[in-house]
Design a protein around this ligand. Structure first.
Ligand code: F6P
Length: 376
């Protein structure tokens, strides 16, 4: 019997990151060019599958995108099981399943971070053939050695720290650089180590502002009257971390709907208050050290521009491995980076889990050995 030509769909979801187009190209060129499959790209994440907004990813569509930042498909943070349609949150899983069947899509390839892994797992549980690739500048996806986007963002944040050294020592100032990473400290720890930051604050090691001030004071006494503080956007003081922990435990213990809503409101209020944390930290350090301090929030610059060579290679090899799995009919997995190879990891081992910095990680030990203050 003639082998049915496979047709696959690709979507990008969650925050954009360098390397997404390289990954789309890796999956698409291998599937289309090597295996003769048809490839469709859905626009703006899972919403594009619901609304049938798509483009054919043929040879010409896949040419010239390796080095382009962002995603040619567009992205969104829409969730299939709770998608806002006409102002109301609806479960669109059934619509997605029916549409993919109607269009003869044999597998939906989802490129995304932690949230996308969870959403793809839900579709897998609903009987839809999915495969995911680990994308995020945060490097916080579980069960993979690396995520594409991280290496490029690491280079951007390191370059920023290098540049901030000039103004810090010219003005004898404390420069506090806020770095992305959501609830993980990989980007801040890596850029802080590579950029020679004097203080590195990550969510995994809650800090004591007095200890940071003492470290900066010791530097001043040694004649270095400037300091670079690399602070993760999710880093917080010991006290704040304890308050968050209690609020999250309250949510876990909540039984009634009202208790759950109240606990979620409390966490949302804490997250809103946390948004001013970096500025408050800089003010506290200025008061404690009598050194002027200034804040630079790197923000979305860390997600912009062309992917570095490492991310292009990672995205291409994960993408081509994904097409191999589709040809073998192996679904419900994430294509994890494993050294120079790849490994299909069942989505139930990835969804809902985070890859956080272990406090005894070699990078943490190295930072301590070179007298970097980690706030504890
Ligand atoms: O997950 C990548 C990331 O850049 C995080 O580091 C950051 O906290 C978040 O996305 C920002 O989300 P958004 O792009 O929706 O503002």
């Amino acid at each position: 019997m003639a082998r049915k030509i496979k047709r696959i769909g690709i979507l990008t979801a969650g925050g954009d990151s360098p390397g997404l187009n390289a990954a789309i190209r890796g999956v698409g060129k291998t599937a289309h060019g090597y295996y003769g499959m048809e490839v469709v790209g859905f626009r703006d994440g899972f919403r594009g599958v619901v609304e049938n907004r798509r483009i054919d990813l043929d040879h010409s569509a896949l040419s010239g995108i390796l080095t382009i930042g962002g995603t040619i498909l567009g992205t969104s943070r829409d969730k299939p099981h709770r998608m806002v349609i006409d102002g109301r949150a609806k479960d669109m899983t059934g619509v997605i399943k029916a549409n993919l069947k109607k269009w003869g899509i044999d597998c939906l390839v989802c490129l995304g971070g932690g949230g996308t892994q969870k959403n793809a797992f839900r579709l897998h549980q609903a009987g839809i053939h999915v495969i995911t690739l680990p994308k995020t500048i945060d490097n916080d996806v579980a069960m993979t050695d690396a995520t594409f986007g991280y290496a490029t963002a690491l280079g951007i944040a390191t370059d920023a720290i290098d540049r901030l050294h000039s103004t810090a020592h010219s003005h004898h100032r404390i420069i506090v650089a806020e770095i992305m990473g959501h609830r993980a400290g990989w980007l801040t720890l890596g850029a802080g180590l590579a950029g020679g930051a004097d203080v590195i604050l990550i969510p995994e090691i809650p800090y004591d502002v007095e200890k940071i001030a003492e470290a900066i004071g010791r530097r001043s006494k040694r004649g270095s009257n400037f300091s670079i503080v690399a602070v993760a956007e999710g880093a917080m003081s010991r006290n704040d971390a304890l308050v968050f922990e209690i609020a999250e435990k309250t949510l876990k213990r909540a039984k009634t709907l009202n208790e759950k809503l109240e606990a979620k409101r409390e966490i949302a209020a804490l997250e809103t208050r946390h948004q001013g944390n970096t500025l408050r930290l800089a003010t506290q350090l200025e008061e404690l050290t009598h050194l002027e301090s200034r804040v630079t929030i790197l923000g979305y610059v860390q997600r912009g521009g062309a992917p570095c060579a490492e991310d292009r290679i990672l995205a291409t090899r994960l993408g081509s491995a994904c097409a191999d799995l589709i040809d073998k009919g192996e679904f419900g997995v994430m294509v994890a980076a494993r050294g120079h190879g790849t490994e299909p990891v069942p989505l139930d081992q990835v969804a809902g889990k985070l890859n956080l910095v272990p406090p005894d990680h070699s990078w943490v030990q190295a930072a301590r050995r070179v007298a970097t203050c980690l706030g504890d």
